[in-house]
Each structure stands twice: as C-alpha cells, then as structure tokens.
Design a protein around this ligand. Structure first.
Ligand SMILES: Cc1cc2nc3c(=O)[nH]c(=O)nc-3n(C[C@H](O)[C@H](O)[C@H](O)COP(=O)(O)OP(=O)(O)OC[C@H]3O[C@@H](n4cnc5c(N)ncnc54)[C@H](O)[C@@H]3O)c2cc1C
Length: 466
C-alpha cells in the first residue's frame, strides 16, 4: 500500500496495514506528523493549557490569592516548542520506520491506477506501484476568503497562530468557529488585545447555548467579540486596517483568518483517475473513494471532509486499514453499520471539544440536527451547577448540559456540555451515544460524588420527570 501524507491519519493507516501484513510506503512532503503535530492540535493545546490553568485558579478561593502574577510567555512558548519537538520530525520519522514502513520524502502525485510519483525538493522523482491500495491522507490547509488587500495584509492562519513566539499587542481574528474561538482564548490569555469578528454566532454548528456561553467567557476575559460583521477590505502599510461591512474600521498589529479549511487535493494527480483536483473526496463507509474503478483508492482524515478532527481521522485510519487488510487477504468485509470495517461513528457519534474557557464539547446530534433527521426527540437541559461536584471544582461554576433523547428507542442521540473541565467528561457521553446505551440501563452507571459527572444523574432524573 502507498500512503500519501504522514500526518496522524496517514501514520495510523500505515500502522494498521502493516499489522494486516501489507508492505507499506509512506510519502511525506513536509513534516512527518502533519498539521496536527506542528501547527494545529498539539501546539494550540500546549499554549492553551497554561492560560486555562491560571484561569482555573481564579475560580478557587484560596488558590486565587496564591496565583497573582502574569503568564510567563517565554516559558509558555518553550512549553509549546517542547511539545512540537522544535518542529523536528526525526522522532516521528523513526516511528514510521519502526513499524516496518518505508518513508519517502517528497511530494506524492497519483499517476493513474495504483501508481504514485514522488518528487523530491531537488527535482528527482521516482514512481511507486501499489499492489493493493493507495490511501490519500493529505489533510487540509486554511481557506482564505477573496477580500481586497488580503495578500498585502500578510494574515496569520493556524500556522502563525500556533508557531509565533511574539505576542502582537492587538490581534484581530476573523472567524467564529472552533479555531477562531480557541485562538481568541489563547492570544488574549497571552496578552494580546483580541477582537474576534464572526459573521454569525460563535460555534454555529453546536447547540446555540454553546456559542453564547463561549462568547460570554471570551468577553469576561477581555476579548472584544463582534458578531454579525464581515471584513470587506484590508490595508497594511504598517499595522493592518480592516474595513468592516458596517462601515467601521478596525486597526490591529496582526490579523488572523480562521475561516475554514480547503482540501490538500489540488496537486495530487486526481485528474489521472477521473477525479476533480481541489475537491473534497467522497468516500464510502470503508473510506474507499467513490467514482474510481477497482477497490484501491482510499481517502482518510480531513481530505474526505467527514469530520475535520484528528481522533476521527485516526478512527477512519484504523477502520480503513483493517478493511484494506481484509480486501488484500480476500476475506469478507464486516461493513454493516457498527461493523469492524465501517466508519459508522462518523455519522452518529463524532465527539468534539473546544478548549476554550469554559470548554465546549459535544457528541452526536444537536437538537436541530435530530429534528432535521426526522427523530422523535426530547431535549433535556440543565445547568451544570446542579452537580455539587461542579461547584466544588470551581466556585460559582458556570456551565450548561443538554441531552437529546430518541423517544422511540430511549437512547441518546447527542449530548453537549459547556463548562469548566468538561473535556474529560465528554467521553462518558461518547460511550453512551456510540454504545446506544438504553436510558433504562444508563441509570445504573453511577457517577462518583462529588464530581461534575454527577450531572448524568440529574439529566436522567429530569428526563423521567418531564
Ligand atoms: C488550529 C487548529 C487546531 C486544531 N485542534 C484540534 C484538536 O484539538 N483536536 C482535533 O482532533 N483536531 C484538531 N484540529 C484538526 C486537526 O488538525 C486535523 O483534523 C488533522 O490534522 C487531520 O489529520 P490528517 O492526517 O488528515 O492531515 P494533516 O495533519 O494535515 O497531515 C497531512 C499530511 O500530508 C502531507 N501532504 C500533503 N500533501 C502531500 C503530498 N502531495 N505528498 C506528500 N505529503 C503530502 C502534509 O505535509 C501533512 O504532513 C485542529 C486544526 C487546527 C487548524
């Protein structure tokens, strides 16, 4: 098998295929470890953790008085540099070789069925041929809007947003999705004066209360949150001036665009197999690309646009890796829903956490998505402060929980939590949603007293009462 891209997803599918007994070639044109390891998940969380850790102490009487200084940004950046191994990928490259895969450095392009040409930086190229499969795991890049002056403004994207070691005095962030709200939390915490500009509500794909609570948290932290505005033009002689559609102007030292992602598929030879360059890749449940003859081309991770998340891409990699192994061995596939070779959770149980302050996390369907999908559903809402453990965790705990129940089967369709420290709580909801645990049984899953998890007890009681 040939794997295009050695991000978290490419590495995982390579590993799984090796376990299945295939020989594997992995092609990487930048750093082994991908966007996730060096410019996305890892550095952003390494930078966010100190910001949120200090904020946590301010909600605990006794600790608040002990932590009175400002963040030491030099140490925070050093912490980030440690977790991104100073952008040196030799450790991860060694790991790829340790699983018995061959690593080829260079840009990979598909060159007809089962063939990939690898072009090195010095122009030398070679062609690899796969017997069984080619897996595209080339990820995504920032999608920048076509606004006059955007190029001259030299905007930050997730790259500078995670690798900068200087704190701009004034930072304008455009985009109210997950990347935008995390970046606003992070850079405001590090000392920038952040203005967050969003066309519509924050975290618009989540339950509406999530965006509202995150906006409130950001405002309390000092971020200027402006919702319902668009940038129409940019100028940068020195600082950046943003013209907004309400006619006003905003001046900042840097501007960051967090306005979505585009697939890394424009220059990977899709045209040689009848696909459209630059498009997201449509796949079946085993991650086989639709519209290509013969069962050999797979697309995993961000490129298939199912869920642009590392953990979900790695789940696809494990599932597709096993499916590739089974197909190569001529074994039957177990690709019925929830089977070993089906990425069923992509449709029903995708968990996601935003590491803001408070944190926002959700799995499965929102109330609106459940209604749109035709479910007869009941929505149960509660303040997380109903759980005594929440108040002991943070004085004056602010947070909210919602569960969406399928009334016909009495199982959970989705759960959303917004509150302090809920990132570790979300997996309990993921197990309940993916496991389709009947509510009748869930009441026997007893949460420890006094933890935030006790919210489950109150959610179930509220469901039965109403
Ligand atoms: C700021 C930010 C924060 C995020 N935080 C989180 C988080 O906390 N949790 C989470 O789950 N997700 C998070 N994400 C999303 C996550 O980063 C992606 O979902 C994940 O990186 C996708 O993994 P991937 O392997 O598909 O792609 P990538 O990580 O992008 O890796 C793709 C690899 O393919 C290589 N490549 C591309 N084209 C070629 C080619 N032609 N030939 C050879 N190699 C090629 C690239 O160089 C790259 O190394 C975040 C994203 C951003 C932007």
């Amino acid at each position: 098998m040939i794997v295009l891209g050695a991000g978290p997803v490419g590495q995982n599918v390579a590993d799984r295929a090796r376990v299945a007994g295939l020989t594997v070639a992995v092609v990487e044109c930048e750093l082994v470890g991908g966007e996730c390891s060096y410019w996305a998940c890892v550095p952003s969380k390494a930078l966010l953790r100190p910001v949120v850790a200090v904020a946590d102490t301010q909600r605990v009487d006794g600790a608040r008085q002990a932590v009175t200084g400002r963040l030491d940004t030099t140490r925070v950046f050093a912490r980030r540099n440690h977790y991104v191994t100073d952008w040196d990928d030799s450790g991860q490259a060694k790991w790829v070789r340790s699983i018995g895969a061959d690593l080829f450095r260079g840009r990979g392009r598909i060159d007809g069925p089962r063939r990939v040409t690898v072009t090195q930086d010095d122009g030398a190229s070679r062609t690899l041929a796969a017997r069984h499969a080619v897996a595209i795991a080339t990820g995504s890049r920032p999608a920048l809007p076509d606004i006059p002056g955007i190029k001259e403004a030299r905007p930050w994207t997730n790259r500078h947003g995670t690798d900068s070691s200087t704190v701009p005095a004034r930072l304008a962030i455009v985009g109210g999705g997950g990347v935008g709200v995390e970046m606003a939390t992070l850079w405001q915490g590090l000392g920038s004066r952040v203005t967050l500009l969003a066309r519509r509500s924050l975290l618009a794909r989540m339950e509406p209360f999530a965006g509202e609570l995150i906006a409130r948290g950001l405002t309390q932290a000092g971020v200027d949150v402006r919702i319902g505005v668009q940038v129409t033009a940019l100028r940068r002689p020195d600082s950046v001036t943003l013209t907004l559609d309400d006619g006003s102007e905003l001046e900042a030292d840097e501007v960051m665009f967090a306005t979505g992602r585009a697939p890394h598929t424009d220059d990977i030879g899709l045209d040689t197999v009848g696909l459209t360059p630059g498009s997201w890749l449509d796949v079946d449940t085993t991650c086989l690309v639709r519209g290509v003859e013969g069962d050999w081309l797979y697309a995993l991770g961000d490129v298939n646009h199912r869920a642009l998340l590392t953990h979900q891409g790695k789940y696809q990699a494990r599932t597709a890796g096993d499916a590739i192994g089974a197909r190569a061995a001529g074994l039957p596939l177990d690709d019925a829903p929830w089977g070993d070779h089906a990425t069923t959770a992509d449709q029903h149980a995708v968990p996601q956490v935003f590491f803001t302050d408070p944190e926002a996390g959700a799995v499965g369907l929102s109330a609106e998505e459940a209604a749109r999908a035709g479910h007869r559903a009941k929505v149960v809402d509660l303040d997380l402060s109903a759980a005594q453990g929440a108040n002991l965790y943070a004085d004056g705990y602010q947070g909210h929980a919602r569960m969406v129940v399928d009334l016909d089967r009495e199982v959970l369709l989705g759960v959303t939590f917004v509150g302090y420290g809920i990132s570790e709580l979300l997996h309990s909801a993921t197990i309940a949603v993916a496991g389709e645990v009947p509510l009748k049984r869930l009441r026997h899953a007893v949460a420890c007293f006094p933890t935030v998890s006790e919210i489950w007890l109150f959610l179930l009681a509220a469901y039965h009462r109403s």
